[in-house]
Design a protein around this ligand. Structure first.
Ligand SMILES: Cc1ncc(COP(=O)(O)O)c(C=O)c1O
Length: 308
């Protein structure tokens, strides 16, 4: 990328989008401990929540189908037909549409009660596979990245850069680094969406203080809001580097990095590790549907439909 060559900053990409065709990106790591806990509890299945394009529900349904456990998805809003929802159906996930008001109840203490009465002994996984178990799963990313450094001729790197939704993945990296390398989180959600609260809760439960990260605003006017500069950037990255991004998380995160680097905030010679957190299945419903030409071009993106 010319903006990296000009500023003398090096970026390596940890391609979590490549680890599995379906349980892709950070989802593999965020789900791992939740699924182990469900298994240890001899749960009858796993129940979770998300939007009509949710990467999280998509990965959970794929895991249920592959490993043979029942899944239930509670969806935001009114019934919609999206490529993601079609996959959820096809993989046997039982779906319930909660409306928007109903979905907003998800943080209430008694939210799960009626669902667990309806699906006895199901294991509830919080939105996006979050919480401390989700973060613990992401701690493995540090070793995974370090083990591959030699293959690109690096002996070390200076800091991490990644997209933030709930903050779970970032929290895992901060816990794994324990203050060694700084973790930059480019927030795909605007301020006031609870990222700081989520992080505080995870660090408190883990008994760690929350040193070692910086949160940057990267939502570009709102969650899932997409502008032409962003889509053009994502297309340029794909053409220039063959790294496919989606606009909502990874595209905004890399664009925020470009702005940060070009503004002179990063010293020449710095080595950054950008985590590709996956989410490419979500592109099928957008005009960045480069890899899936059969999808719906130009579908308007509404924040409520995407956030998980
Ligand atoms: C593709 C993608 N990247 C990044 C994130 C953000 O991860 P986290 O919620 O752990 O901050 C998500 C989901 O929330 C996602 O689907």
């Amino acid at each position: 990328m010319p903006w990296l060559e000009e500023t003398g900053v090096e970026v390596a990409v940890l391609r979590l989008d490549l680890i599995d065709p379906l349980i892709s990106g950070n989802k593999w790591f965020k789900l791992q401990h939740h699924l182990h806990a469900a298994e240890a509890a001899c749960a009858a299945g796993v129940i979770s929540l998300g939007g009509a394009h949710s990467n999280h529900l998509h990965a959970l349904a794929a895991a249920g189908k592959r490993f043979g456990f029942a899944t239930v998805g509670l969806l935001r809003g009114e019934p919609q037909d999206t490529p993601t929802v079609r996959d959820l159906h096809a993989w046997g996930m039982q779906l319930h549409w909660l409306g928007y008001g109903g979905y907003r109840q998800r943080h209430q203490a008694d939210f799960w009660q009626p669902w667990l009465a309806r699906y006895p002994n199901f294991y509830p996984v919080p939105e996006g596979g979050g919480g401390l178990p989700g973060a613990r799963g992401c701690m493995a990313l540090r070793e995974m990245a370090e083990a591959q450094l030699a293959s690109i001729g690096w002996d070390d790197f200076d800091a991490w850069w990644l997209a933030v939704g709930t903050g779970t993945t970032l929290a895992g990296l901060v816990l794994a680094e324990a203050g060694r390398r700084l973790v930059y989180g480019a927030a795909a959600v605007p301020a006031g969406h609870g990222v700081e609260d989520n992080l505080r809760a995870i660090f408190e439960l883990a008994g760690e203080n929350d040193q070692g990260y910086r949160l940057l605003e990267a939502s570009r006017g709102g969650f899932a809001k997409v502008d032409t500069a962003l889509t053009t950037f994502v297309e340029q990255v794909e053409v220039g580097s063959e790294v496919p991004l989606e606009a909502i998380y990874t595209g905004k995160a890399l664009m925020a990095l470009r702005l940060y680097v070009v503004a002179g905030n990063v010293a020449r010679g710095t080595r950054l590790l950008f985590v590709h957190t996956g989410g490419l299945q979500g592109r099928r419903a957008t005009h960045l549907n480069i890899a899936h030409p059969g999808g719906t071009p130009g579908l308007p993106l509404e924040s409520d439909h995407f956030h998980e």
